[in-house]
Design a protein around this ligand. Structure first.
Ligand code: GAL
Length: 943
């Protein structure tokens, strides 16, 4: 059997060891290589390993890279299904094969002697030669491999040849939900290995929270000494335990001690974090404290380079996470570039480091011949686990090892777990697929509903082992498109049940790929089988712009909470370790959204898990509805955010809106030249529809219950998708029958029945218009008639105003969009935005941009002329340059083309978002069940 189809791990590589750098010479071989793609192994040119082989006609390709993103072949996306026949360990004969060649010289001072050639990642299988000599074959795409090359090196004209196959037996173990991409996608480095140097090391650094002592002992070769100048440690024999008072490492206070390991021949800089992970009484603890994991699942993704993620991009992720209060990362579903984990150590993130293993595509086949249980894969599985643990064992941020993802269960997984436990008893083992928890140390589930989590919290479980373990959601809150909704309910459970220790939102980033005018997803590259936009399910857009989902998650997991209390202002500390000593508290009083006073709030230091109540500051008298916003902010800059960065905020209502003075109506309705005129409005006498307002052409407003369906509306984890029920009911194509237009009195009363074709149900919608000095009031009475659907997307009005009304200002919830079950991040204030800026550019267009709790909104042209709408008391609105139907029809953002109107929705209610694209649907309190409803709006001209 060819090495490509051999289910084993490859051959020729050195035993795995820790990732580290040293003062021994090293040479990056990243850069421009020669490249040639062949359609199959058979078609690949012979002799590429030879010095004399002529590659001058080949293309150039950067290394690291994934060749499909450089014009060779095309990316392909599938979630569960293998894009090739499931015939393990065989792969297609049409197996794109990329030959890579690099000619390099050694620096003049390169030492003679041993040297190692290190590949940090080759997808999926690479055969490697140096100067004509085969070094070996590597599989395990997201794992390093090293080869001894010392004797082969020459000062000048070294020829490195790497033949990479898109498909290999290893592909069966790499069925993660992501793009299929191939190449040498992580760094290639040549490392001199001095005799008497430090081949490998394992810094075992524990912390005893009772004594405050840290213990460090380094497993390494003989004659290695440890220096930690900050701790006064100098020349300490590395292998001998050393106990000394230290500050512990945690994700909140990532205290690292810089030191060195050295021998006469080599010095290795190290950064030591002291911490101890334990499971006590069914709780996962670090340094004696229960953790609450406020995590995300992070794939490695860059919209231009795919899984080639630069150190700058890794840092951008870490900074964004820290700034949004994320405290944990699951490296779904493979070890990341090692640089990322160093950043987690440095900035402070708890990490579940996951092995590069997923065999999900066997699931649809009933898990028949699943590699997790087949002896022929045993060695490859173990090899992947070994390479994960050995590479990352020195990272204090790594607190759990994960065997992989969605590979069902089997003996090979059990053996991986046993190996980990033996090799590293200091970190518990995670794997979601072991449902009985027979070989893992934590109980993990994905997408469990709040009620399931509640049962787990109550330890209502027949399985005794599972009942005793800490529980976490390795995936929840599927962040696809607009959503997720319903995150708050999980937080409440994590806080109520000590064994429910948080979870990891799926997922961090949309894996969209850059094209000329939009981000691409599955199917955009002509893949015969694909899973569409299911790869677009992150909290940040492909370019790492935070989505509203991230703002919401940040608000829910903020470490400090501020809110009203009968005695003043309550401040609660939700850090797991820290006090609030590093924070300052500021307040601002806003009168109808305009700041009128500010100050600093005196808050005593609050310890982790505690709250205090402080009196409200003295506030000036305000005229309108006023709110006090209190923010906990960083008193000083940290490594990841400037001073003033908000760690938590809350709002207190200081005075409600004064009642609107009652005023006389200003009828009657006039009839002139085929128009009805009431106040600033003109109406069509036949339909009763408003045609102009304040001299501006308008359309509507009229009843509308439709929204451009979201990914979550279209998802169905239980029962049928909401969107299908709505569409079958015809809610997207309602017809408006005018029953009567009564313009004879002071009011204009328009009675209608709004109903879809082919259905017996409908809604009576009565519009009553009344003119007042300050505007035109519309009262809408909606009465369901007949067997209406169980839920509807929204209930409100749609109208169109001139396209020149391109600016919006409102007093209400903002600044971003919000929905009934995703509204924690919205605060009450006065906001403004262009209409274009109100749009959330979901990669797959869908309903977005809804502003909630709006007291009033203005839409104006560049001269400030336009329309103002007041709620009675509140409404929600969107404004966009396309209709809901156009939004629904679009497949990419570039399909959305501005029309002549601004289309506005004015809603009294919306259905929640849920996360049914993969998980629970909209929870009962957030479902919009149609019922008899009345609401009013006041329309006035804005100047
Ligand atoms: C999970 C899986 C993830 C991803 C997610 C849906 O089942 O572990 O990799 O596919 O579903 O987006």
């Amino acid at each position: 059997m060819s090495y490509v189809e051999d289910p084993g791990p490859g051959y020729g590589a050195l035993p795995p060891r820790a990732a580290f750098t040293s003062d021994a010479p090293s040479l990056s071989l990243n850069g421009t290589w020669r490249f040639r793609l062949s359609p199959s192994v058979a078609a690949a040119p012979p002799g590429v390993e030879g010095d004399e082989f002529d590659d001058s006609a080949w293309d150039e390709l950067p290394v690291p890279s994934l060749w499909q993103l450089h014009g060779h072949g095309r990316p392909a996306y599938t979630n569960v299904h293998y894009p090739f026949p499931v015939d393990p360990p065989h792969v297609p004969s049409e197996n794109p094969t990329g030959d890579h060649r690099l000619r390099f010289d050694l620096p003049a001072d390169w030492p003679a002697g041993p040297a190692v050639l290190r590949f940090d990642g080759i997808d999926s299988c690479g055969r490697i030669w140096l100067n004509g000599v085969e070094l070996g074959v590597t599989k395990g795409s997201r794992l390093p491999s090293e080869f001894e090359v010392g004797p082969l090196l020459r000062p000048r004209g070294n020829v490195l040849a790497v033949r990479v196959h898109q498909w290999s037996a290893g592909s069966y173990l790499e069925d993660q939900d992501m793009w299929w991409l191939s190449g040498i996608f992580r760094s290639v480095t040549l490392l001199a290995r001095p005799a008497g140097g430090i081949g490998d090391h394992w810094i075992r650094a524990d912390y005893d929270h009772e004594s405050g002592l840290g213990t460090v002992r380094v497993e390494t070769g003989p004659d290695v000494v440890l220096d930690i100048p900050e701790l006064g440690v100098s020349g300490h024999p590395a292998g001998e335990p050393l106990a000394l008072p230290v500050e512990p490492w945690s994700a909140e206070t990532p205290r690292l001690y810089a030191g060195t390991l050295s021998t006469a021949a080599e010095r290795v800089p190290v950064r030591i974090g002291f911490r101890t992970v334990t499971i006590e009484d069914g709780q996962l603890e670090v340094n004696g404290r229960r953790l609450l994991l406020r995590g995300v699942n992070r794939h490695e993704h860059d919209p231009r380079t795919g899984r080639v993620v630069s150190p700058e991009t890794a840092l951008a992720d870490v900074l964004l996470m820290k700034r949004h209060h994320v405290n944990a990362v699951r490296t779904s579903h493979y070890p990341p570039d090692p640089a990322f984990l160093e950043l987690c150590d440095e900035y402070g993130l708890w990490v579940i480091d996951e092995c590069d293993l997923e065999t999900h595509g066997f699931g649809p086949l009933g898990w028949d011949r699943n590699p997790s249980g087949e002896p022929m894969w045993a060695e490859a599985c173990l090899d992947r686990m070994r390479r994960t643990v050995e590479r990352d064992k020195n990272r204090p941020s790594v607190i759990l090892w994960s065997l992989g993802n969605e590979s069902h269960t089997g003996e090979n997984l059990a053996r991986m777990a046993a190996w980990v436990r033996h090799r590293d008893p200091t970190r518990p083992v995670h794997y979601e697929g072991d449902h009985d928890c027979s070989y893992v140390d934590v109980h993990s589930r994905m997408y469990a509903t709040p009620s399931e989590v509640e049962r787990i919290g109550q330890r209502d479980d027949a399985n005794a082992r599972r009942r005793e373990l800490p529980f976490l959601l390795c995936e929840y809150g599927h962040a696809m498109g607009n959503g997720p909704g319903g995150l708050l309910e999980y937080r409440e459970l994590f806080e109520r049940y000590p064994n429910c220790q948080g979870g990891f939102v799926w997922e961090w980033i949309d894996h969209g790929l850059v094209t000329a005018d939009h981000f691409a997803y599955g199917g955009d590259f002509g893949e015969p089988i694909h899973d569409g936009n299911f790869v677009i399910d992150g909290l940040v857009f492909p370019d790492r712009t935070p989505s509203p989902g991230l703002a919401e998650y940040a608000k829910i997991i903020e470490p400090v909470r501020v809110g009203p209390d009968p005695a003043g202002i309550r401040v609660s500390n939700h850090y797991d370790f820290r006090s609030t000593a590093h924070l300052a508290f500021t307040w601002v009083l806003e009168d109808e959204g305009t700041a009128v006073a500010r100050g600093v709030l005196d808050v005593p230091v609050v310890h982790s898990g505690q709250s205090v109540v402080v009196p409200r500051p003295d506030l000036p008298v305000t005229r309108g509805e006023s709110w006090l916003t209190v923010s906990a902010v960083l008193a000083d800059a940290t490594a990841w955010a400037p001073a003033g960065h908000v760690a938590g905020w809350g709002q207190l209502l200081v005075s409600p809106a004064p009642p609107r003075p009652s005023r006389p109506a200003r009828g009657p309705v006039f009839r002139t030249a085929g128009r009805l005129i009431l106040g600033d409005g003109e109406f069509d006498p036949a339909t009763g529809a408003m045609t102009t307002f304040g001299g501006h052409a308008v359309r509507g407003p009229r009843l509308d219950v439709w929204r451009a369906t979201t990914d979550n509306d279209r998802g169905a984890s239980a029962g049928r998708p909401d969107a299908s029920l709505w569409r079958e009911a015809g809610l997207h194509r309602m017809q408006h029958r005018v029953i009567g237009v009564d313009a004879d009195g002071d009011e204009l009363v328009v009675r209608t029945r709004v109903a879809p074709p082919a259905q017996a149900f409908g809604f009576f919608a009565d519009y009553t218009w009344t003119a007042f000095d300050d505007g035109l009031r519309l009262r809408v009475a909606v009465t369901p008639d007949g067997p209406v659907p169980e839920t509807i997307p929204r209930l409100g009005l749609t109208m169109a105003v001139p396209g020149t009304f391109g600016s919006a200002e409102w007093f209400g919830g903002g600044p971003g969009e919000a929905y009934p079950d995703s509204r924690q991040a919205a605060r009450i204030g006065r906001f403004s935005s262009s209409v274009d800026g109100l749009q959330t550019p979901y990669v797959y267009p869908q309903e977005n941009g809804n502003r909630i709790d709006v007291r009033w909104a203005r839409l104006t042209d560049p001269d400030g002329r336009g329309i103002r709408i007041d709620g009675d008391p509140r409404f929600a609105f969107t404004a966009r340059r396309w209709t809901a139907a156009e939004l629904e029809a679009a497949r990419h953002t570039s399909d959305l083309v501005a029309g002549p109107w601004v289309h506005v929705t004015l809603d009294t209610a919306q259905h929640g978002l849920g996360s049914a694209s993969c998980g629970p649907g909209v929870l009962p309190p957030y479902r919009l069940v149609p019922q008899k409803t009345e609401f009013s709006l006041l329309f006035s001209t804005s100047r």
